[in-house]
Design a protein around this ligand. Structure first.
Ligand code: UD1
Ligand code: CA
Length: 489
């Protein structure tokens, strides 16, 4: 009897064996515009956890090591292609154009020339079902291959939903045997009460799929060629259709509108935050009001205040404090770092025991070495601020390398751009840059030197010198005991 029991086989070895026995190809449907998104952008390009939906699906598919991943593209196909190739190797992916979006059946049909005669298993995924896990797909493929000892023609991933609205329903007979899938818009009132839905994820015997697809018609409520007609057609021709009933509904949630996208983003974030509290020992003052990427890592006893965003591949060490309004993207933060309110930190590195903010901006590979400090309204771009050095107020440091224990006075600016090129500034150890100093790059300030307030430094400053003025001139050698003023040059 066709029951909705999932695991017909048990051990992982068996999964691998069986998958290896039969060639596996993957087809991802991603040609639709996604009208319900009300967007100028194709649905699969909308982002979840900072990555295009399509990339979540393709990345998961690669975990099954298929021979090839076919991606059916149409709406903004070139952009979808670019997005996919950002994460996947060209060798493992083939793009298939669907000229007009005439339905999911037509989308699969677009790949006919590549697959029709293949003696393989075809796993079909939807580009708008991003949370599906590789383990679930592996179990689906396993069941497909092992069905009644010889494999099924089709295996459907189904799930029961409290609110099945919008999904295709799984119609079974009294004995629980699969009959057909009926789409929401074509369902009669009885069928609409069915809670078991089609997740849009299927395994097919490739040849049987394409043979049955030829008889799919578009005489339905939407005037589309439905892929979902194929399982019913296969069953009518006495082929085996197997059902894999999954229990985690969120994993198979499709995204059709922005409410669903936001819900899924929240779900993912909530899961990440819970994992960080329970497994890593991170404190969240207000767990509902943070955005933390699934790909981020945060250390033990770090405290995250409300309205903090931690995006992308960010690593934050133990015992840090991150105050409200701060966004950290693709950055590495050491241990014991204090980041005050409203800082923006992207593609940067902050070492142990540093202090940052409030209102600081670090970007473009900025690096703070141990115990360095950056205060309010300070911007660091492609700059190294050495160990124990400080830039506490109102400063721009771009393309600069700053040594240890150097103090950058309020209002200092590295004038790194001459309108054509960027130039670098080097400030060595133990330097005191006076308030409002302009460092006209390329320029170097030697160790132990001091610049007077308001200096415009246009030439290299030798070590242990005091310079001042516009343009700055050497006033004193700070090493000589008899500090007579040097002559103006
Ligand atoms: C589809 C299923 C439905 C299932 C649901 C699960 C059909 C007819 N219905 O409905 O049974 O419950 O998924 O999420 O398949 N696409 C194309 N070309 C097209 C049309 C769609 O590539 O011509 C792509 C879309 O980009 C999308 C996927 O196919 O990634 C699913 O299409 P969508 O319109 O979202 O189908 P649903 O109405 O959600
Ligand atoms: Ca959908």
């Amino acid at each position: 009897m066709e029951q909705s029991i999932s695991n017909e086989q048990s051990t992982e070895e068996k999964i691998e064996q069986k998958i290896e026995q039969r060639t596996l190809d993957v087809l991802v449907l991603a040609a639709g515009l996604g009208t319900r998104m009300r967007s100028d952008q194709a649905k699969v390009l909308h982002e979840l956890d900072g990555r295009a939906l399509i990339n979540h699906v393709c990345r998961t598919a690669t975990a099954l090591a298929p021979r090839k991943i076919y991606v059916v593209i149409g709406h903004q196909g070139e952009d979808v292609k670019t997005a996919v190739l950002e994460e996947l190797d060209n060798e493992h992916v083939e793009f298939v154009w669907q000229k007009e979006q005439l339905g999911t059946g037509d989308a699969v049909n677009a790949a006919r020339q590549f697959l029709e005669t293949e003696d393989s298993t075809l796993l079909i995924l939807s580009g708008d079902v991003p949370m599906i896990r590789a383990e679930t797909l592996a179990a689906l493929v396993q069941q497909h291959h092992n069905h009644r000892g010889k494999g099924a023609a089709c295996t459907l991933l189904t799930v029961k939903l409290e609110d099945p609205t919008g999904y295709g329903r799984i119609v079974r007979d009294e004995g629980g045997v699969f009959q057909k899938i009926v789409e929401q818009k074509d369902a009669n009132p009885d069928e609409k009460t069915i809670k078991e839905i089609n997740a849009g994820i299927y395994c097919f015997d490739t040849k049987k799929l394409f043979a049955a697809l030829s008889s799919v018609k578009n005489n339905n409520a939407q005037g589309e060629y439905y892929l979902t007609d194929v399982p019913g057609l296969l069953r009518d021709s006495v082929e085996n259709v197997s059902l894999y009933q999954h229990t985690d509904a969120r994993e198979v949630s499709g995204i059709n509108n922005r409410v669903e996208l936001a819900d899924l983003e929240r779900t993912l974030c909530r899961r990440t935050v819970s994992r960080m509290m329970l497994d890593y020992g991170v404190t969240f003052i207000d767990p509902k009001n943070v955005y933390i990427s699934e790909r981020a890592n945060i250390g033990r006893d770090t405290i995250i205040y409300p309205n903090v965003s931690v995006e992308g591949e960010t690593e934050i060490g133990d015992g840090c404090t991150i105050r409200s309004g701060t966004r950290i993207t693709n950055s590495r933060i050491g241990r014991g770092v204090k980041i005050l309110d409203n800082c923006v930190i992207t593609d940067s590195e902050i070492s142990d025991n540093c202090a940052v903010g409030p209102f600081a901006h670090l970007r473009g590979k900025a690096k703070m070495e141990e115990s360095a400090k950056v205060g309010n309204f300070v911007e660091l771009k492609k700059t190294v601020l050495g160990r124990g050095s400080k830039a506490s107020h109102l400063t721009y440091l771009g393309d600069a390398t700053i040594g240890e224990r150097t103090n950058i006075g309020a209002g200092t600016i590295t004038c790194n751009y001459d309108g054509k090129n960027k130039h670098s500034t080097i400030i060595e150890d133990n330097v005191k840059i006076g308030s409002d100093t302009m460092l006209v790059a390329p320029v170097r300030v030697g160790s132990g030197s001091v610049t007077g307030a308001g200096s415009v430094v246009t030439k290299d400053v030798p070590p242990d010198s005091l310079v001042a003025g516009v343009p700055a001139q050497v006033k004193k050698n700070l090493r000589e005991k008899d500090n007579t003023e040097a002559k103006s040059v």
